[in-house]
Design a protein around this ligand. Structure first.
Ligand code: HEC
Length: 160
C-alpha cells in the first residue's frame, strides 16, 4: 500500500515536472517571443538585404556567402524558441498555431531554407552571378514559404 502510494506520487510529480518544463508562463512567453523575433530581425533581415543588394548590383561574392552562413547558423537557434504556450494569445506574435500543430512541417521549412542557403553560399563563392541570382531566389522563396504557412514577416518581393 505504502509502496504503491509512493509510486503514485512519483508519477504525479513526474507529470508535474514535465508540464512545467514544456509550457511557459506568460512572462517567459514574452521573453521567448522577443528573443525569437530578434533572431529574425537582427540576423535574417539584414543579411538577406545585403545578399539581395549584392545580387542586384552584380557584386556577389564571398562576403555574401558569409552573410548567408550567418542566417544558416541562426536557424537552429531560432527553432529552439517555440515552447508550448508561446503561440498566438495575449502577447503579440506573428507565429501561427500551425507551428505547434505541425512542428515537423515547420522543421521541414527550416530544412528547405538551410538547403537553399548552402546552395547560395556555393554560388556566391564561385562568383557566378547568374547562379547566385537563381540561388538567392530559392532562399527568398524559402523565407516566404515558412512565413506563409507558419507565420512571420510580410512577403519579401523579388523583381523578375
Ligand atoms: C522555419 C520557418 C521560418 C523561416 C524559414 C524563416 N522565418 Fe522569419 N519568421 C518565422 C516566424 C514563425 C516568425 C514570427 C515570430 C514571432 O512573431 O513570434 C518570423 C518572423 C520574421 C521577421 C519579423 C521579426 C519581428 O521583428 O517581428 C522577419 C524580419 C523575418 N522573419 C525574416 C526572415 C527572413 C529574411 C528569412 C529567410 C532568410 C526568414 N525569416 C525565414 C519563421 C521563419
Amino acid at each position: 500500500m505504502k509502496v504503491s502510494l509512493f509510486i503514485a506520487s512519483l508519477i504525479a510529480f513526474a507529470i508535474l515536472a514535465l508540464s512545467v518544463s514544456t509550457t511557459v508562463t506568460a512572462q517567459d512567453a514574452a521573453t521567448v517571443i522577443k528573443d525569437r523575433k530578434n533572431h529574425m530581425k537582427k540576423i535574417n533581415k539584414p543579411n538577406i538585404r545585403k545578399i539581395m543588394k549584392s545580387v542586384k548590383a552584380g557584386t556577389v561574392g564571398p562576403a555574401d556567402a558569409a552573410a548567408a552562413a550567418k542566417i544558416r547558423v541562426n536557424m537552429p537557434k531560432f527553432m529552439q524558441l517555440f515552447p508550448a504556450g508561446s503561440g498566438p494569445g495575449k502577447i503579440k506574435t506573428r507565429a501561427k498555431d500551425t507551428i505547434w500543430s505541425d512542428f515537423s512541417g515547420f522543421q521541414a521549412k527550416k530544412d528547405s531554407l538551410v538547403k537553399a542557403l548552402v546552395g547560395f553560399e556555393a554560388a556566391a563563392k564561385s562568383g557566378n552571378a547568374a547562379a547566385a541570382d537563381k540561388a538567392m531566389r530559392t532562399v527568398v522563396s524559402a523565407c516566404n514559404g515558412c512565413h506563409k504557412a507558419y507565420g512571420g514577416w510580410r512577403r519579401i518581393k523579388l523583381k523578375k
